[in-house]
Design a protein around this ligand. Structure first.
Ligand SMILES: Cc1cc2nc3c(=O)[nH]c(=O)nc-3n(C[C@H](O)[C@H](O)[C@H](O)COP(=O)(O)O)c2cc1C
Length: 220
């Protein structure tokens, strides 16, 4: 059975509180209608125990990659954390469709998203190094990013300051994904009277993105 991973990086634990999650639900409803047999798994990053690259993980990686250690020679803490990192990456890789829902925070994404993505950069698992440079191994996949913004970054002086969607785009390009589409709902704090209009447009775009994603049958 194919699986869609629906990943939210927002501490808001009630969909009604988050405009991004409301847009995300429209995506899910539309996707489910078009692809009812695809399993949907929700990962609310703030509810997950996500390994952090701390001293143990730093050393585990270094010991295995260039210090000549075997996995058995790692300390128990190093091995446990490394196993957790690999298990999370394996669960991520096992999906077929991906949706990320994030707000822009201080020009980027909430830091928990970076912590999560640090678990996906595993050499010979998600990318490899070739003579021509690094090459992503997660090919044939499509992702959607739904991003909410208080201000405007699609035009005007802030264009170059947006680093949340750009970060995700580059991460998944690096890891080999075919594409990362984005639905943006922007200007919602700066233009509160326009919120209904901005939300309606973003929901329509999310529904359209769902129909498009559902057309792609993923056979990995
Ligand atoms: C800590 C924090 C930082 C924020 N930083 C930015 C920012 O840099 N640029 C921006 O346009 N909006 C910023 N915002 C506003 C949110 O992106 C905006 O309110 C968004 O609509 C929230 O989406 P949500 O309702 O799904 O949580 C910030 C909000 C918070 C709480």
């Amino acid at each position: 059975m194919s699986k869609l991973l629906y990943i939210t990086a927002n501490p808001k634990n009630d969909m009604k509180l988050s405009k991004g999650m409301q847009i995300g639900e429209v995506f899910l409803e539309e996707f489910k209608a078009a692809q009812p047999e695809v399993e949907i798994e929700r990962w609310h990053l703030y509810d997950m125990d996500i390994p952090e690259i701390d001293m143990d993980l730093l050393y585990a990686r270094a010991k295995l990659s260039f210090m000549g250690y075997t996995k058995e020679q790692l300390s128990e803490a190093e091995r446990t954390k490394l196993d957790k990192m690999h298990a999370l990456a394996d669960r991520f890789i096992a999906a077929d469709y991906y949706v990320f829902v994030t707000p822009i925070w201080n020009l980027g994404a909430p830091s928990i998203l970076k912590k999560f993505i640090d678990n996906l950069f595993i050499v010979e698992k998600t990318f490899t190094n070739t003579d021509a440079g690094p090459k992503g191994l997660l090919t044939g996949r499509k992702a959607l990013h739904i991003q909410t913004r208080g201000g405007i970054y699609s035009t005007g002086p802030m264009v170059e300051f947006e680093m949340g969607d750009r970060y995700l785009r580059k991460v998944f390009e690096f890891l080999g994904f075919d594409s990362l589409e984005t639905v943006v709902a922007e200007g919602m704090d700066h233009f509160p009277k326009l919120v209904p209009e901005i939300m309606a447009k973003a929901k329509e775009q999310a529904a359209e993105a769902a129909r498009e994603m559902a057309k792609v049958s993923v056979t990995l």
